[in-house]
Design a binder for this molecule. Structure first.
Ligand code: IDP
Ligand code: MG
Length: 140
């Protein structure tokens, strides 16, 4: 069993498609072990996207991710990290495979509807940024 952190990003929140996106993951058998609606502040956005600091799109990414409330979810399942990345599709919706979340709901390379952790290390780090241990509930 593996856990991964997902964010429903501002472009998807604005267009009211968060439920449809969460459904895609649930249809893959992933279980919700933590979920909250929150407004990310600058400090949290910079920590979450720390690996991208210095890239040309960094400030724009921080402004975007803090532009509306987001939904943060911890999903659990067999191979959750890879399964979520495959269900999301490529970063650029124009290049994402048909039937993936980003192909169906993403607008462009920044406004791409969803975030999913890319490794067990980052899943653990990102989960700690958004959830306390007593906010996670598994085994149902
Ligand atoms: P990922 O979300 O598929 O893991 P990353 O390369 O880790 O993609 O980038 C993090 C996020 O930064 C992307 O999901 C997207 O919102 C944004 N981003 C990535 N590359 C670009 C770019 O070239 N221009 C603008 N935004 C970008
Ligand atoms: Mg990434």
């Amino acid at each position: 069993m593996e856990r991964s952190l997902v964010l429903i990003k501002p472009d998807a929140m604005k267009r009211n498609v968060s439920g449809a996106i969460i459904s895609r993951f649930q249809q893959r058998g992933l279980k919700i072990v933590g979920l909250k609606l929150l407004q990310m502040d600058n400090a949290l956005a910079k920590r979450h996207y720390a690996v991208h600091e210095g890239k040309p799109f960094f400030q724009s990414l921080v402004d975007y991710i803090t532009s509306t409330p987001v939904i943060a979810i911890v999903f659990e399942g067999e191979n959750a990290i890879d399964l979520i990345r495959k269900t999301m599709g490529a970063t650029d919706p124009a290049k994402a495979d048909k039937g993936t979340i980003r192909a169906d709901f993403g607008l462009d390379i920044q406004n791409n509807a969803v975030h999913g952790s890319d490794s067990p290390e980052n899943a653990a780090k990102e989960t700690t940024l958004f959830f306390r241990a007593d906010e996670l509930h598994a085994g149902y």
